[in-house]
Design a protein around this ligand. Structure first.
Ligand code: DAH
Length: 346
């Protein structure tokens, strides 16, 4: 018995454990109810009293060294982390196919690309905006009914009845970025601002509370409506094909004067009339106009020296035309069957 204990003592002192699994095997082998130490104590009970003193002493030393060994490893070995478990470099890899861009991203990149080629830079602003940048500096008077054109999600509102420049809201259009750019940069300014906008609308196939716009702004000396028209014609032909015609209709926006809306000849029927253009031959694609002098002044730009044009368009609608998507909700459902269809596009 004494010899056996000595052998075990030597073994324990030399033993090394490399991970938590081995430590568990060690625990079961030596420390469990049916383990080696328990067995030795059972044997010990049967021994003649004369031998018990010496064997008991040694047995306790062995038990102690087993416990110490176990504790020393237990404190240093970490449980296997999830990443350690998958870091098996010999495993075959998962087949991962190519991803696809979202149709909104594809069209946004296309629009940006067209304007970048004619010298526009890209600027972005925050989705959470002040009333000041979204409305006030864009010449929306406090009580102006035009504020009702855009059903605003307010985050904090000082008064339920009257809007206040300090109110915080989700921007209703990317025109707010114009204000930011004009305050930071001095003319000449030639920039486009893509981004997400929010309006409190009931969600349906034709309307959504979240959508995307691209805003354009050009400020310099002697910028005229003819410059605007020519730029928009260039854009329309790059985007919708070289046979595309445009027409400008008078409209109203508080931040532009004069204001217009641009239609393009229907991309489906080429202007003959079809369901998509409601038999008019035209599709409305953007709002535009000459930047109102009051907006320039509100953004510290001298309106007697500088003029400019601005335009704003949605991204969802052109993407619907391009890919024949007939329900706006598809954009936000993350349905893999929908998204996978855009794999071959950029
Ligand atoms: N901000 C307008 C909207 O969301 C779109 C727009 C119209 C932007 C005319 C412009 C503009 O810059 O000149 O309905």
């Amino acid at each position: 018995m004494l010899e056996k204990i000595d052998r075990l003592l030597k073994l324990i002192s030399e033993l090394t454990v490399s991970d938590i699994k081995e430590l568990e095997i060690f625990r079961i082998r030596y420390m469990s109810k049916k383990g080696i130490i328990s067995e030795l104590f059972e044997e010990f009970k049967q021994m003649p009293a004369s031998e018990k003193k010496e064997v008991g002493r040694k047995l306790n030393i062995l038990k102690q060294s087993v416990i110490e060994k176990y504790n020393s490893y237990k404190n240093t070995l970490q449980p296997l982390s999830a990443s350690a478990q998958v870091n098996d470099l010999s495993r075959p890899s998962f087949p991962s196919g190519p991803g696809a861009r979202h149709p909104i991203s594809i069209v946004r990149r296309e629009i940006i690309g067209i304007f970048e080629r004619i010298g526009f830079s890209v600027s972005e602003g925050p989705e959470i905006e002040s009333d000041e940048n979204n409305f006030t500096r864009l010449n929306f008077a406090p009580e102006h009914p035009a504020r009702d054109m855009q059903d605003t999600f307010y985050i904090s509102r000082i008064s339920a009845e009257d809007s206040n420049p300090a109110d915080i809201l989700l921007r209703t259009h990317t025109s707010s970025v114009q204000v930011r750019v004009m305050q930071k940069q001095k003319p000449p300014i030639r920039t486009i601002s893509p981004g997400r906008v929010f309006r409190n609308e009931a969600i349906s196939a034709r309307a959504h509370c979240i959508f995307h716009q691209v805003e354009g702004l050009y400020i310099d000396e002697n910028v005229s409506f003819a410059d605007l028209k020519q730029t928009l014609l260039f854009f329309a032909r790059e985007m919708y094909g070289e046979k595309t015609e445009i027409r400008l209709r008078p409209s109203y926006f508080p931040f532009t004067e004069p204001s217009g809306e641009m239609d393009i000849s229907c991309t489906i029927c080429g202007g003959k009339g079809c369901n998509v253009c409601k038999h008019t031959g035209w599709l409305e694609v953007l709002g535009c106009g000459m930047v109102h002098p009051a907006v320039l002044e509100a953004c510290d730009i001298d309106s007697s020296k500088f003029t400019g044009y601005a335009f704003g368009m949605g991204i969802e609608r052109p993407a619907m035309l391009k890919y024949q998507i007939n329900d706006l909700r598809m954009y936000y459902e993350n349905d893999i069957r929908f998204l996978e269809q855009f794999k071959s596009a950029f």
